[in-house]
Design a protein. Structure first.
Lengths: 118, 924
């Protein structure tokens, strides 16, 4: 798992995990969710998306829904759905903690110094 | 659905990606791509879509490059126990995985190799450029006109609304105001509906008065299309009220050319047809997509109080409510249509003008605008594709000959361990380079050709101003170039990839290539060229026959040269009484005849080629209409004195109307020849018979003359069966009182003069008309010959393009056959010398070479005839007066082609016969 280190996981991985955190989605669904959530700032292009998904499946963060029973009802067979795994949830939580810690550190340094200088 | 073509291209592009990844995710990649594309398009139109395309192409290419590096790294670590140097050597020479890593170097070498034989490269690139250029140019037309969506917001919800009267044989009767208002009030399926028409108007009160095309539109047109003005405002519902102020819109082009794009134009007034109109807005260029090509946009206004079902012939566009299908919309229109007769009662005819006669016709707007042209464009694209194939065959031929020179080099490479793929790639990379170079040269040609095409394109070709070299066109050109390169590079690649090159090396020279093999490949190429050229030549031959057939058509009137056609319309608020209207038209005809240089003036509600018609019931005394169906319908025309004489329509028997007949309201009528024959057997027998336009009680009109048939609807349309009534008639329609006169508020004039075409003359004509009434706009002013040419425009456009394609195919094909035969002769010179040394006469040698040419072209012609039989059927809608399998074309073209091929083989044959046997033997 060379992609996870003290520097966290790739930005795209993080966003894909967030997209899958509340709901199973197919490729288009992930792209749309990320696009809407980031207000059009982050666009995941097709090859990038499936390369990431392949790697994340290799790492056991995401799994593909295979049986028709697992699919959300009313959806066509042709689309492949992805679900976040327990491990994926763990990584997401870890990364979220790391990021929020980072944010806290940054805030604690910034806010008072600004208040003082102004 | 909208991006089906893009998606297909993307699918092709995906082949660049590694096979396993592509197989696993291909379908989803396409879905995600399409979603991006749709989103990009929604955000910023075609530019957004193009940006997505660009981003995705880069993504695929960079992924491929990364993957190559990754896999090389993997393989290296797996193989580091082996001899590293051997591994590297193998990788470079045999493995496909070296593809991307080596490609830059490969291409550099390729360019250098090609530059070493510039003659070959130039010929190949130019040949390809012609083919690729022609394909790109025609594809730009197909793309802009047929493939790309109309430039309106959510254009797939736009429909055209027209009406048909199947029982009267009218497929497209358009729209009328009463129907329009009924739909507007009652329909549940249309979000908005608008009605529009075209006409020409005079802009006066300025230094240089001019007649310009105008579009008359209700405010609904702009709401339905969602076209926002580039400046000011569009029409609002208040502008539809006949009592509202006179306001108008400018087209973008006119705003630029006449006002220099000055924004302060809003609020200014312009004199149009003698009235002041306030300019309230400027519309964007996209509006011209409706095919109106208008300079000014004037409001189309109706007084609800006096409206009835009639005066059909406007166009209508509507926007379907979200989620409404075309079928649902049609069903609702069927429900609403009959209400028009209740809401707007009255109208001139009752028996034929009933709700049951009409049925609404709804079509997607795009189908309505471009439907009929699509077939023509696809045929043209097919034609130029054939030219490209022939060009590829020629270049492949050059390549085969050239490949022999490289045979030793390839054999050495094979001996050093290069695999077949590597050898094949050696040839393929050169051909791909040539293909791309040809594509770039072709794009230049396409740009120039496109300008010519657009300028010569017939006016009926819609959306011509949208034609450009768009992203999809560039992509098309790129793919076609690569495809062409792969196609002609395939021949040597396959042959040499397979050949026993090491054997060749052993023999020590190029003679190792088996002559039979090479000849077979070249012969196959020559035969396919002949076959393809024949198909194109047959197609252009058929168009030529159609063109001549059209040109030889007798329009039914003599000397259309020097005739100016125009139309007038007198609105009810200008002159209320019908008698006065009729008298005004008569006075105008007399004044026009007095204009210096005018030799004759013909006046009728419909003049030939003006694109208008009136169809109504027709009864003959003693003939009972059969069954319960609608009464028989014929075309009607109301004419003044001298109509036949001045239009130079021959009068077969009897006499024509005089002004006295018109004033006395005589119950006389003339028939067209075919109509007279239909009912009475001959023109003579029709004289004195009685006919009527109303059945019960009939008001009989006596046939006083029979005139020749006239092709009113265009040169390619049959002559209608026409009834000519005097300009003014009494108690004409069913239900009219016996003293009620019938006359029309519109009138067409045909003015014969040698001064037609000069600006002075138009001014003189206008002054003559305005001396009678200064408020009458001149509409549809055009020389009669222009109107006739317009009806032939599509045929001549197709003819010219297919002719050029056919000519190019012939030239390339001949060059190909000539090349094959003269090459064969040069290879066989030893054999020929021996033959002649052994007693063969030079005639025998000539005959032998000619026979080879004849056999090649014979097979090519046979194959081509088979193809042509199948393919020309596609063209049948473009042909006139000639069958798709026309015996003359199908016999003349093949024999002509055989003769030309014989001539082309004669030159190498002469060369073969001139071989000096002594020299050959000495060389041995």
């Amino acid at each position: 798992m060379g992609r996870r280190s003290t520097h966290g996981i790739k930005v795209h991985w993080f966003h894909i995990l967030v997209a899958l955190a509340d709901e199973d989605r197919h490729g288009n669904g992930i792209v749309r969710e990320v696009l809407e959530r980031t207000d059009g700032q982050l666009r995941i292009w097709p090859v990038m998306l499936y390369r990431c998904l392949d790697e994340m499946m290799d790492d056991g963060l995401v799994s593909e829904l295979t049986g028709s029973l697992e699919r959300p009802s009313g959806e066509s067979e042709r689309r492949r759905y992805f679900r976040i795994t327990e491990k994926g949830l763990g990584v997401l939580a870890e990364e979220t903690d790391r990021l929020s810690e980072l944010v806290n550190v940054a805030r604690s340094k910034m806010v008072p110094s600004r208040a003082v200088s102004k | 659905m909208k991006f089906a073509a893009s998606r297909r291209l993307y699918r092709i592009l995906l082949w660049v990606l590694p096979g396993e990844f592509r197989r696993r995710h291909g379908a989803e990649l396409e879905q995600v791509f399409e979603q991006h594309l749709a989103e990009g398009y929604e955000r910023s139109g075609w530019i957004g879509a193009a940006a997505v395309w660009g981003r995705c192409v880069i993504e695929i290419l960079s992924d491929r490059a990364l993957e190559t590096i990754r896999s090389a790294r993997r393989r290296f670590s797996a193989a580091d126990r082996l001899d590293v140097r051997r591994h590297r050597f193998q990788q470079r020479t045999t493995r496909r995985s070296g593809f991307m890593a080596d490609i830059t170097q490969d291409l550099r070498v390729g360019v250098r190799t090609l530059l070493r034989s510039p003659g070959f490269a130039v010929v190949a690139v130019l040949t390809l450029a012609v083919g690729i250029g022609a394909n790109t140019a025609i594809f730009s037309l197909v793309d802009a006109i047929v493939l790309s969506p109309l430039p309106f917001d959510q254009q797939d919800r736009l429909v055209s609304v027209a009406h048909a009267a199947p029982s009267r044989g009218i497929a497209n009767a358009g729209q009328c105001a009463a129907w329009h208002l009924t739909y507007e009030d009652e329909s549940r399926v249309f979000e908005d509906i608008g009605m529009y028409g075209a006409g020409s108007v005079a802009v006066t009160g300025v230094e240089d008065p001019e007649t310009v095309q105008a579009m008359f539109a209700t405010s609904g047109v702009f709401r339905a299309l969602r076209t926002r003005p580039s400046l000011g405002r569009a029409f609002t519902p208040e502008d539809d009220d006949p009592d509202s102020p006179a306001v108008m819109l400018l087209s973008h082009g006119y705003w630029q050319s006449r006002f220099g794009g000055d924004p302060s134009v809003i609020g200014q007034t312009l004199q149009v047809n003698g009235n002041s109109w306030e300019i309230v807005g400027v519309m964007p260029a996209t509006l011209s997509t409706l095919g109106q090509n208008a300079t000014l946009i004037l409001p189309l206004r109706f007084d609800r109080a006096t409206l009835f079902v009639g005066n059909i012939g406007f166009n209508a566009v509507a926007r379907l409510r979200d989620g409404v299908t075309l079928d649902q919309a049609h069903a609702d229109a069927v429900r609403v249509l009959p209400m028009a007769w209740e809401k707007f009662p009255g109208g001139p005819v009752s028996s034929s003008n009933e709700p049951s006669q009409y049925t609404p016709v709804l079509q997607p707007l795009k189908v309505n605008l471009v439907g009929s042209v699509a077939n023509l464009l696809w045929v043209l694209l097919g034609g130029v594709a054939v030219v490209l194939l022939i060009a590829c065959a020629n270049v492949a031929n050059l390549f085969l000959v050239r490949a022999e020179a490289k045979e030793t080099e390839m054999a050495v490479r094979a001996a050093m361990g290069a695999g077949r793929r590597r050898i094949g790639w050696e040839f393929l990379k050169e051909s791909l380079l040539l293909g791309v170079a040809g594509g770039i040269a072709g794009l230049t040609m396409a740009t120039a050709g496109l300008r010519v095409l657009v300028s010569m394109g017939p006016a009926q070709l819609p959306r011509l101003d949208e034609v450009s070299l768009s992203t999809s066109v560039l992509l098309f050109a790129f793919i076609v170039s690569l495809g062409a390169g792969a196609l002609f590079g395939m021949f040597p690649a396959l042959r040499f990839g397979r050949a026993d090159l090491v054997g060749a090396l052993k023999q020590g020279g190029p003679s190792g290539m088996r002559g039979k093999d090479r000849h077979r490949a070249q012969n196959v190429l020559a035969v396919s060229q002949m076959a393809l050229a024949l198909v194109l030549l047959v197609a252009s031959g058929l168009m030529l026959r159609s063109f001549f057939a059209l040109r030889d058509v007798d329009p039914g009137f003599r000397s259309p040269e020097g005739v100016l056609a125009l139309r007038l319309n007198i609105p009810g608020n200008e002159i209320p009484r019908g008698e006065d209207v009729a008298l005004t038209y008569e006075t105008i005809a007399r004044r026009l005849a007095d204009v210096p240089g005018v030799t004759a003036v013909a006046m009728g509600t419909f003049i030939p080629m003006d694109g208008r018609a009136n169809v109504n019931p027709f009864y003959v005394d003693g003939v009972t209409p059969s069954g319960d169906g609608p009464p028989p319908m014929r075309r009607h025309n109301w004419v003044g004195e001298g109509y036949f004489e001045n239009m130079r329509i021959p009068l077969l028997v009897g006499r024509a109307f005089t002004w006295e007949d018109v004033h006395n309201r005589i119950p006389g009528v003339l028939l067209s020849e075919s109509l007279a024959r239909e009912y009475f057997g001959s023109a003579e027998a029709a004289l004195g018979q009685r006919v009527a336009a109303r059945p019960d009680p009939p008001r009989w009109y006596e046939v006083i003359g029979v005139a020749g048939d006239v092709r009113y609807d265009g040169m390619s349309q049959p002559s209608p069966l026409m009834v000519y009534w005097p300009q003014v008639t009494l108690a004409f329609w069913e239900g009219s009182a016996s003293d009620q006169i019938q006359t029309w508020r519109f009138m067409g004039y045909a003015i014969r003069s040698s001064r037609v075409g000069t600006p002075d003359f138009l001014r003189a004509v206008r002054d003559a008309i305005w001396s009678v009434n200064p408020n009458l706009p001149l509409r549809n002013v055009s020389p009669l010959t222009d109107l006739m040419a317009q009806s032939m425009a599509r045929t001549s456009f197709t003819l010219v393009l297919l002719g050029i394609a056919g000519g190019a195919a012939l030239l390339l094909g001949i060059v190909g056959v000539y090349g094959v035969i003269s090459y064969a002769v040069s290879q066989r010179s030893r054999e020929m010398g021996m033959r002649m040394a052994l007693g063969a006469q030079s005639v025998d040698v000539t005959r032998m070479v000619l026979r080879q040419g004849l056999v090649l072209s014979g097979i090519g012609v046979a194959v081509g005839l088979g193809l042509a039989f199948g393919l020309t059927r596609v063209m049948s809608s473009l042909l006139f007066g000639v069958a798709p399998v026309d015996p003359l074309t199908f016999s003349l073209v093949p024999s002509g082609l055989m003769i030309v091929v014989l001539l082309a083989s004669y030159i190498p044959a002469r060369r073969a016969a001139a071989i000096d046997p002594m020299e050959v033997l000495r060389a041995e």
